[in-house]
Design a protein. Structure first.
Length: 364
């Protein structure tokens, strides 16, 4: 599962990517610094994993991860191939969620591609390009569906009605995720098209150090602008995060954060947010060899969760032995949880809960 970082050129995307992945994508004060997308596999910060490690004392600990893709900056006219338009739009189509970076700080030394700071205008520029690309996709699909609908095919007629509603919404300047459609119709007719503006989005407001804890007026304007869009908004000082990342020791980084009034880096909050945006959750396995966080889609069954470890586990699933995370912490060990009668045995229908500590029994 991939989350793509998008935005106008020079708003801090590559610097943010470097903070998240500790990779060193080139970042510089000029547009189109990123040409090919950079991909980083990022650990998901989870204090529960640290707690389990302290209780079990395993040989190794493996966190959950999420893929972050740094995509080239977009400009007005991208849907017509301007700048790196077609390449950008192809790259973003391959992601599962969007992290849309908006410049929300004033600094005369950092050039803005449009000459002034206005996050709402910047958001609308990118939205319009993505909507135009989706409109192109809808028009192509509608052409085929309408031909079938004219033969009297009832399914095609229904699909045409839904796609026309999407087309009208896009032409009115709405992103697909904000267009009202029956959920059943969305799943059947809209989701398979993988439209760019149907992907879940988080707006990442890039602020300066002075606004790192409280945000600023730009952030408030963004929140107001997206309130009907079913989108997340967070803010962080990307430049400051980069400075923190340069410090050698954990203690130095913590002191820097405390001076700013922060309990953790904003990047940690962003990674967890991206994980949720992708509709993912975590279960754990805990033993002397390894404590590990496993990534599953929200709503996964016990056999599906077992299949993440190995496909044989899913094929030959017999049962799952489940301990709620809070019970594990309360009693302090698997043995004590069993003594207290708090370990449950669950079958094939069990829906895994975020934080479950699990063992699987299987037979192949």
């Amino acid at each position: 599962m991939k989350a793509g970082i998008v935005g106008l050129p020079n708003v801090g995307k590559s610097t943010l990517f470097n903070c998240l992945s500790n990779a060193k994508a080139q970042s510089a004060n000029f547009p189109f610094c990123t040409i090919e997308p950079n991909i980083g596999v990022v650990n998901v910060p989870d204090p529960r994993l640290e707690k389990l490690e302290s209780l079990v004392n395993p040989e190794r600990v493996i966190p959950a991860t999420v893929e972050i893709v740094d995509i080239a900056g977009l400009v007005k006219g991208a849907s017509k191939g301007e700048g790196l338009g077609n390449q950008f739009l192809g790259n973003i189509r391959e992601t599962d969620a969007i992290l849309h970076v908006l410049r929300c700080f004033d600094n005369d030394n950092v050039v803005h591609v449009d000459g002034s700071v206005d996050p709402i205008r910047d958001k609308e520029t990118i939205d319009m390009e993505l909507q135009l690309k989706d409109l192109e996709s809808i028009d192509k699909k509608l052409e085929k569906v309408n031909r079938t609908a004219r033969t009297g095919n009832k399914d095609a007629q229904k699909e045409a009605t839904v796609l026309t509603a999407i087309k009208n919404g896009l032409e009115a300047g709405k992103s697909v995720r904000a267009i009202e459609v029956e959920e059943e119709d969305r799943l059947e007719f809209v989701k398979p098209l993988q439209l760019i503006t149907d992907k879940p989005v988080m707006y990442v407001c890039n602020v300066d150090e002075a606004a790192a804890t409280e945000g600023n007026d730009y952030v408030e304007k963004v929140k107001e602008a997206v309130k009907d869009e079913n989108a997340e908004v967070i803010f962080l000082a990307v430049g400051t995060e980069a400075d923190i990342n340069e410090l050698e020791s954990y203690e130095e980084r913590q002191m820097f954060l405390e001076d700013l009034g922060l309990s953790e880096p904003g990047s940690a909050k962003l990674i967890r947010g991206a994980y949720q945006l992708l509709d993912l959750e975590t279960y754990f396995t805990a033993g002397e060899k390894e404590v590990r966080a496993w990534t599953i889609p929200v709503g996964a069954t016990a056999p599906q969760a077992a299949g993440v470890i190995h496909t044989d586990f899913e094929k030959g699933f017999i049962r799952a032995e489940v301990i709620a995370y809070n019970d594990y912490v309360t009693y302090g060990s698997e043995a004590k949880v069993k003594e207290a009668g708090k370990m449950r045995v669950e079958g094939k229908e069990y829906i895994v809960k975020d934080g479950d500590v699990m063992h699987f029994r299987f037979n192949v």
